[in-house]
Design a protein around this ligand. Structure first.
Ligand code: NAP
Length: 505
């Protein structure tokens, strides 16, 4: 928008300096907004990639695809990016785009209330601020889920959640227990299997494993990426990878498709051909369909669990004792360290922050244990508050950066209406959210995620909470807002009549 078209200088508060918050800072500055503050509860940027530092931490999306579209990186060391390199990439990008100057660190927002047409913000330190627009970029998986296992406080060794890894605890030649078989548990077991004296992998539910190679990029390749922007662009949008993502996301929506059959064949063959001991093979064979839980991509997990130091334990855990983990059959696994790879509370989003919308409506009450948002972005009665990677958005084996960029494209069009003075408040209508939710739930039940397994994709009712349609449909939905789904409220002094105007003061 050119300066002459602008009507209002908006004040923005962005919550969180992770991938989506940094993106918001970059895009807001790019659009000419100067009145922007990003509040970050920690002392560093990075979100997920700051909090997770466990051994073996890797993103299972190819490095070159796991970048902002406008900021390719020629220096990735491998096909799949190690967590520390991703953190480094975000830190570099934050500095390069001057976003670091917008961030207030160690400021956790505890309250965000909409009063008299503005958001009133308060941090744990007592800092107060106001904003016309709030961007909630708080991430999806940021509240650790601790398992409800008796005796957990009795353990005499070191015990911690994987997103709170205690690097002061030695691991080499020690006896380690890993509880959990999600992407995190699998990566840790793979990384530690050669370093430890003994590693017990407690698998309440085995997982299907999709093989993937993870070669290093040679110095020559990196040099070529540095010198050839077209090649780097090609790597970011590598056609084979994009085709795989499209095929995979279509298969999720159509569990009986040949594409899903192909996925099932690959993971079954991988298990058959990789695990030599028939007893172990049967232990590792899941009883639900591939991709029902988030599919795990690993180059070396089956190799790791066949190492002599590794034991796969499928029996139920009875309790944790001073010396280790006691199984229901009475076996005691004596351990020095227990890593809780037990996942995250996936229904939190902005919470525990107290978010209060129009007329005193509390988000916690509105959401309960089934958070929802129109197109994952807007909530009725919470005007001028837009979410990136909010509830009901696409999550899966693809880049959430790509998802956030499309969401930003959409949100920026809502912001532009506010900026042009076409309305003072904008949020989805109740009708639009209800319709969206009805359609979403009907479709979600038919996806592979709803085919009969437990996973963090399911809400408290057991319905997949994720985007249940194709990626293509998501891109189309994000291209341009349908304003009939929005309530646009004008106030005296707003310069342009909106199509559906209503006075609320
Ligand atoms: P997760 O997928 O939710 O897995 C949690 C694991 O803990 C499951 O195996 C679960 O067993 C087990 N568990 C939970 N409570 C337990 C209990 N009381 N006793 C025994 N086992 C228990 O968590 P995650 O592995 O941390 O991964 C979460 C998500 O983070 C992933 O799905 C992914 O989206 C993201 N992630 C991505 C990458 C990447 O490479 N891109 C890497 C790591 C994580 P059940 O299956 O029986 O419930």
């Amino acid at each position: 928008m050119s300066g002459s078209e602008k009507h209002r200088d908006l004040r923005f508060v962005v919550i969180g300096a992770g991938m989506a918050g940094i993106l918001s800072g970059i895009k807001l500055q790019e659009a000419g907004h100067r009145n922007v503050t990003i509040y970050e509860k920690a002392d560093r940027i990075g979100g997920t990639w700051r909090e997770n530092t466990y051994p073996g931490l890797t993103c299972d999306v190819p490095s070159h695809s796991y970048t902002y579209s406008f900021e390719p990186n020629p220096d990735w060391s491998r096909y799949l990016p190690p967590g520390a390199e991703i953190q480094d990439y975000f830190e570099r990008t934050t500095r390069k785009y001057g976003v670091d100057k917008l961030i207030r660190f160690n400021e956790e927002i505890v309250s965000c209330e909409y009063r008299h047409g503005r958001w009133h913000i308060e941090t744990r330190n007592g800092t107060r601020d106001e904003a016309d627009v709030v961007i909630a970029a708080t991430g999806v998986l940021h509240v650790p889920r601790y398992p409800d296992i008796d005796g957990i406080d009795d353990f005499e060794g070191a015990i911690f959640h994987t997103s709170r890894w205690d690097h002061s605890v030695p691991l080499d030649d020690r006896r380690i227990g890993v509880i959990g078989t999600g992407s995190t548990g699998v990566q840790i077991v793979s990384a530690l299997s050669t370093r430890v004296k003994k590693l017990v992998h407690f698998q309440r539910t085995p997982q299907w494993i999709m093989p993937v190679e993870n070669p290093e990029f040679t110095e020559e390749q990196k040099e070529a990426f540095r010198n050839d922007p077209e090649l780097l662009k090609y790597m970011q949008n590598e056609p084979q990878y994009l085709a795989n993502v499209e095929r995979f996301t279509n298969a999720i929506v159509e569990p009986d498709s040949p594409a899903m059959e192909e996925i099932e064949t690959i993971v079954r063959d991988y298990l058959e051909n990789s695990v030599r001991d028939p007893e172990l093979r049967e232990k590792l064979r899941p009883s639900y369909r591939a991709a029902c839980k988030r599919l795990i991509f690993s180059p070396d997990f089956y190799e790791a669990v066949q190492r002599p130091a590794v034991e796969v334990e499928l029996g139920g855990i009875d309790r944790i004792e001073a010396k280790g983990v006691r199984m229901k059959d009475g076996t005691l696994h004596e351990l020095d360290v227990i890593a809780l790879a037990t996942g995250f509370k996936a229904d939190q989003f902005m919470r525990p922050m107290n978010v209060v919308g129009r007329h005193g409506v509390e988000l916690n009450e509105v959401w309960g244990d089934t958070p929802r948002a129109y197109l994952s972005i807007s909530i009725p009665d919470f005007p001028n508050l837009f979410m990136l990677n909010g509830p009901n958005g696409p999550v899966g084996n693809f880049s959430l950066i790509d998802i956030a960029e499309h969401q930003w494209h959409y949100v920026s069009q809502l912001i532009a209406r506010l900026e042009r003075g076409e309305c003072a408040e904008i949020c989805a209508t109740h009708e639009a959210l209800e319709q969206f939710d009805r359609d979403r739930i009907a479709a979600a039940k038919k996806t592979i995620f709803g085919s009969g397994c437990q996973s963090w994709y399911l809400d408290a009712r057991g319905v997949p909470a994720t985007w249940p349609w194709t990626q293509e449909r998501f891109y189309q939905a994000m291209a341009e807002p349908d304003y009939t789904a929005y309530e646009l409220v004008t106030r005296p002094g707003s310069s342009v009549e909106s199509p559906r105007q209503e006075e609320v003061l």
